[in-house]
Write a protein that binds this ligand. Structure first.
Ligand code: AHR
Length: 512
C-alpha cells in the first residue's frame, strides 16, 4: 500500500515546465444542473452466463464462503460501491421469467432452461427472496423488470401483491416462505426491449400493453416508479410513439433507453476485448461519446410531450461495452474488462452528470461476469475490474449537485479520419459541501494538462486510474495490474495544474 501511494504521489502532478498549453477548465458554481441521483450509479443483474449463478449465488452448501448462499467476497466488494439500485431479472430473460418458479423450498423449485441465453440450466435457486434479501443487505433499491412477453397482467399483479401485502393469502404465503415484513419495490419496468427480444412489438401495440399492465401493477404502500421500455440508439422514434398514447402520461414516471458501446459498431464483428488496434480504441471513444447526443435527443422528445409528469425521467437501464467472444458459440457474455472500459465508464458518467436534470437512473450492464462487469469470478477467486475502480472513485458524485463545466479549446485526439475530444470533465458539490472534479483522458497516446484554478481552489487531492497499455487489465493471476493511485496537486504560478496521463480517469476533491 505504501509503495502504491508513493508511486501515485510521484506520478503527480506539480508540473515543472509546460510541455504544451494546458486546457482551462471553466465552471459555473452558481448554476447547478441538478442533483445527480444516486441511482445513476445503478447496476443490472440478469440471469445470463455466470450471473447470478457462480458470480453472486453459490448456495448455502458451497465451499466458497457465503452468507445464505450469496458469496461473501463479491458481496463485500459490491457493498464498498454503495450500489444504489439493482435491476433484475433481465433484460431479455425478464420476458421468460415466471416468479413462482423462484419461491418456496429450494429443493422443490423447478429446473428450467434459459432459452434466451444459450439453453443453459436455470435452477431457480436465486429467486424473489434471494434477490430482495441480497438487495436489502446491500442497501440497494429494487428495480423489477416485469414479464410482459410471456407473462400476464395477473401474474405481474400477483407478484407485486406477494412482495408488498401485509394481509391476505399472498402475504401469508410470503411469510410461510420465510419473510415476515413486506419488501419495498422501488421501480418497475413493464417489458424490456419490446421492439426486439421483448416481443417485436410495434410502438403502438406496446403502448396499449403497457397501459394495461400499468393499470394493474399495484403495490401496498408506496407505489413504485413505473418505467416504460423505450428506445435504443437506433430507433429514437419508438419512445416518441409510445409517449403519444392517450393514457400513458398518467401511467408512467419514466422511460428507458439502451445504448451499448461496440468498438466497431458492427453487431456481427464487435471487436476484441484485448489485443485490439488503436483504430478500435478511438472508434470506441467516438461511439461511446454518442451517449450525449442520444440523451439530448430524448430530452428534446420529452419536451414535445408536455403532458408528461413534471418529474418524468430518462432511465438508461442498460449501457456499457459489448465486445466479441473468443468463441461465437459461448452464450455467457463473459468478457475481459480493460482500461478502455474504465475510460468508457468515466466518459459516460461525465455525460450522465451533465444531464443530471433528466437522467434519473442508469444501470451498467452488468454487475458480475457479464459484459462490462464490475467483478469477475472464477470458482473461489474474484477480480475487481478497472470499471469497478471507476465506480468506486466516482462515489462522491452520488447525490451531489452537478455543476456545468467546460473545457475551453481542449485538445483533440485524432487517428486517421477520426477525431474526438481528448478530455472530458464533470464537477459537482456534495451534500456536505465538497467540490469534486472528475477528469478523463481518452487519448490513447498523449498526456494532457488541465488548469483547475477556475474553481478558486488551491489544492486537488484524489486518485487516478491509468493503464500502461490500451488493454491493461486485471486477471486472476495478476489481479492488481490496474488500480487507483493517490494524487495531489497544489496551485503554483501556472495555476492548479493536473497532468492527466494517456488512458486515464481521475477524481479529485478541490480545496482551498
Ligand atoms: O444485457 C444483455 C442484453 O442486452 C439484455 O438482456 C437485453 O435487454 C439487451 O439486448
Amino acid at each position: 500500500m505504501i509503495s502504491r501511494l508513493a508511486a501515485g504521489l510521484a506520478a503527480l502532478l506539480l508540473s515543472a515546465a509546460p510541455a504544451f498549453a494546458q486546457t482551462q477548465l471553466k465552471v459555473d458554481t452558481s448554476a447547478p444542473i441538478g442533483t445527480i441521483q444516486p441511482e445513476v450509479y445503478g447496476q443490472f443483474l440478469e440471469h445470463v452466463g455466470l450471473l447470478p449463478y457462480d458470480g453472486i449465488w453459490v448456495g448455502p452448501d458451497s465451499e466458497i464462503p457465503n452468507t445464505d448462499g450469496i458469496r461473501d467476497d463479491v458481496f463485500i466488494a459490491l457493498k464498498a460501491l454503495d450500489v444504489p439500485v439493482i435491476r433484475w431479472p433481465g433484460g431479455c430473460y425478464a420476458d421468460l421469467y415466471h416468479w413462482r418458479d423462484g419461491i418456496g423450498p429450494q429443493d422443490s423449485r423447478p429446473l428450467r432452461t434459459n432459452m434466451v441465453w444459450g439453453g443453459t440450466p436455470e435452477p431457480n435457486s436465486f429467486g424473489t427472496h434471494e434477490f430482495f434479501n441480497f438487495a436489502e443487505r446491500l442497501g440497494a433499491k429494487t428495480y423489477l423488470n416485469l414479464n410482459l412477453g410471456t407473462g400476464t397482467t395477473k401474474e405481474a399483479a400477483d407478484w407485486l401483491e406477494y412482495l408488498t401485502a401485509t394481509k391476505g393469502d399472498r402475504a401469508a404465503e410470503r411469510r410461510a416462505n420465510g419473510r415476515e415484513a413486506p419488501w419495498k419495490v422501488d421501480y418497475i419496468a413493464i417489458g424490456n426491449e419490446t421492439w426486439g427480444c421483448g416481443g417485436h412489438q410495434t410502438a403502438t401495440t406496446y403502448a396499449d400493453q403497457y397501459a394495461l399492465f400499468a393499470s394493474f401493477a399495484m403495490t401496498e404502500g408506496d407505489q413504485p416508479v413505473r418505467i416504460i421500455s423505450g428506445s435504443h440508439d437506433g430507433n429514437p422514434e419508438y419512445s416518441d410513439t409510445v409517449l403519444s398514447h392517450p393514457y400513458i402520461a398518467d401511467l408512467a414516471e419514466g422511460i428507458s433507453m439502451h445504448f451499448y458501446t461496440l468498438p466497431t459498431g458492427d453487431w456481427d464483428r464487435k471487436g476484441a476485448a484485448t489485443g485490439f488496434p488503436e483504430t478500435e480504441w478511438i472508434s470506441t471513444m467516438a461511439r461511446t461519446l454518442r451517449m450525449d447526443e442520444i440523451i439530448t435527443g430524448q430530452e428534446a422528445m420529452f419536451a414535445a410531450h408536455p403532458d408528461l409528469k413534471p418529474d418524468f425521467g430518462l432511465y438508461v437501464d442498460e449501457w456499457g461495452m459489448w465486445v466479441d467472444k473468443d468463441s461465437p458459440d459461448d452464450p455467457s457474455l463473459l468478457q475481459q474488462n480493460t482500461i478502455r472500459d474504465a475510460v468508457v465508464a468515466g466518459l459516460n458518467l461525465n455525460i450522465f452528470h451533465a444531464h443530471a436534470d433528466s437522467v434519473k437512473m442508469t444501470n451498467i450492464a452488468q454487475m458480475v461476469n457479464v459484459l462490462q462487469a464490475m467483478i469477475l469470478t472464477d470458482g473461489p477467486d474474484m477480480v475487481l475490474t478497472p470499471t469497478y475502480h471507476v465506480l468506486e472513485m466516482y462515489k462522491p458524485f452520488m447525490g451531489a449537485e452537478a455543476l456545468p463545466v467546460s473545457l475551453e479549446d481542449g485538445p483533440a485526439y485524432t487517428l486517421g479520419k477520426t477525431s474526438v475530444p481528448a478530455l472530458s470533465a464533470s464537477a459537482a458539490r456534495t451534500p456536505d459541501g465538497r467540490l469534486m472534479l472528475a477528469l478523463v483522458n481518452a487519448d490513447a497516446r498523449a498526456s494532457h494538462e488541465i488548469d483547475a484554478s477556475a474553481f478558486g481552489a488551491t489544492e486537488a487531492k484524489g486518485r487516478m486510474l491509468s493503464g500502461k497499455t490500451m488493454d491493461a487489465h486485471n486477471d486472476f493471476d495478476a489481479p492488481d495490474t490496474v488500480h487507483p493511485v493517490a494524487i495531489k496537486a497544489r496551485a503554483g504560478k501556472r495555476g492548479l495544474i493536473l497532468t492527466l496521463p494517456a488512458r486515464s480517469v481521475t477524481v479529485v476533491e478541490l480545496t482551498d
